[in-house]
Unconditional design. Structure first.
Length: 57
């Protein structure tokens, strides 16, 4: 059983490594586009400490 787990972990690590390598090969967006991406990501976060409107009903 441990051998199978180790093999799966190695496969997952290799796949992740490949994905990271591919991502690093991509060009960075221009600064204006990068700011827009970061701002959109920031706006999509919500405060998880407060209940949503649906929870209040």
């Amino acid at each position: 059983m441990k051998r199978i787990q180790a093999e799966l972990a190695m496969r997952a690590s290799a796949e992740l490594e490949k994905e990271i390598e591919e991502e690093l090969q991509k060009e960075d967006p221009d600064p204006k586009q990068a700011k827009a991406i970061l701002k959109a990501d920031e706006n999509s976060k919500r405060d998880d400490r407060r209940p949503s409107d649906r929870d209040n009903k």
